[in-house]
Design a protein around this ligand. Structure first.
Ligand SMILES: *[C@@H]1O[C@H](CO)[C@@H](O)[C@H](O)[C@H]1NC(C)=O
Ligand SMILES: *[C@@H]1O[C@H](CO)[C@@H](O)[C@H](O)[C@H]1NC(C)=O
Ligand SMILES: *[C@@H]1O[C@H](CO)[C@@H](O)[C@H](O)[C@H]1NC(C)=O
Ligand SMILES: *[C@@H]1O[C@H](CO)[C@@H](O)[C@H](O)[C@H]1NC(C)=O
Length: 267
């Protein structure tokens, strides 16, 4: 008599997996912008999502801070973003990175520390892909899904925290809304930001806010090693696709089989 109960429980779990797969905003299309403000990222506060640890922050010397309650350097506090949460190219068509994220109809517990695979759909980098982790939240524009790519020298900010942190003039970060104007302007950035500033011109081809298709994926260690943040729901995603590990079709078939099995055993 035990088997039918197990079958019923299993079929329930299979249907739960199917209904989770129907949450369409795990994937979609979005716009991108660039940002780099040196502020403590929003996902660096405890309780922003169900995760192992908030996103790593750094002190004024770009060294990891252990106190997640420290205030942001953009408002008189001691916590800044760490310069290693910035993009790098694996090869000519694939890069890793970090972003401030906004996905419509959701709040930040939905994306903080989640990873997304982006496929660029416009401009010179059309067809290239990135996998990035949401280390921040982009609530400043909420009319559209958006990934604000963290790119040192890729934009300026009104708080001028980078200038304060690195004791350099704000002008080294370029023009408001644009950032540095050429690859050679990256030479003026603090050393820790130069490589990822060059990335914008070498890999990203200085594309002007390209659009993307995105899908949630399981975070690679290459990214979580840097932020120290892993979401509790990571096991629902695989490393190359937003689909749950049980494919909807196979889990539906399994559920139907389980029902047939349990019904026949009950009779
Ligand atoms: C989709 O996501 C929202 C927000 O996280 C959640 O409230 C809702 O239950 C999800 N829907 C499904 C079918 O999982
Ligand atoms: C720079 O940041 C501002 C504010 O978020 C944004 O409106 C603008 O589009 C950004 N610039 C680029 C090139 O993404
Ligand atoms: C680039 O790297 C990615 C990730 O490792 C890999 O899947 C892809 O095949 C590589 N592409 C080329 C052209 O080497
Ligand atoms: C992540 O960190 C662990 C522990 O330090 C290390 O063994 C592993 O190689 C790292 N993985 C990547 C992809 O950097």
């Amino acid at each position: 008599m035990r088997l039918p109960y197990l079958a019923i429980i299993f079929s329930f779990l299979a249907f739960a997996a199917v209904s989770r797969a129907s949450n369409v905003s795990y994937s979609g299309s979005a716009v991108t912008t660039r940002y780099w403000d040196c502020c403590k990222p929003s996902c660096s506060w405890a309780g922003k999502a169900h995760f192992s640890s908030p996103v790593q922050t750094c002190d004024v010397h770009d060294k990891p801070l252990s106190d997640f309650s420290a205030g942001t350097g953009c408002n008189g506090g001691t916590a800044y973003s760490c310069t290693n949460q910035s993009p790098w190219a694996v090869n000519d068509t694939f890069s890793y990175g970090f972003a401030g994220v906004f996905i419509k109809d959701h709040v930040e517990d939905y994306w903080c520390c989640a990873c997304y695979q982006l496929t660029f759909t416009s401009g010179a980098i059309k067809g290239k892909t990135m996998v990035l982790q949401a280390h921040n939240t982009a609530y400043d524009i909420t009319s559209v899904n958006r990934f604000a790519l963290g790119v040192p020298g890729g934009n300026t900010s009104t708080s001028d925290a980078c200038a304060a942190e690195f004791n350099v003039p704000q002008s080294v970060f370029g023009t408001p809304g644009v950032g540095v104007n050429s690859r050679s302007d990256c030479d003026n950035l603090p050393d820790a930001m130069k490589a990822s500033c060059y990335w914008r011109f070498d890999w990203f081809l200085d594309t002007d806010d390209p659009t993307v298709d995105f899908q949630r994926v399981q975070c690679p260690a290459a990214l979580t090693n840097i932020t120290g943040c892993r979401r509790d729901d990571e096991h629902d995603f695989d490393s190359t696709s937003a689909a749950p590990k049980l494919l909807p079709l196979s889990s539906t078939a399994t559920a139907i089989l389980a029902i047939i099995l349990s019904t026949s055993l009950l009779l």
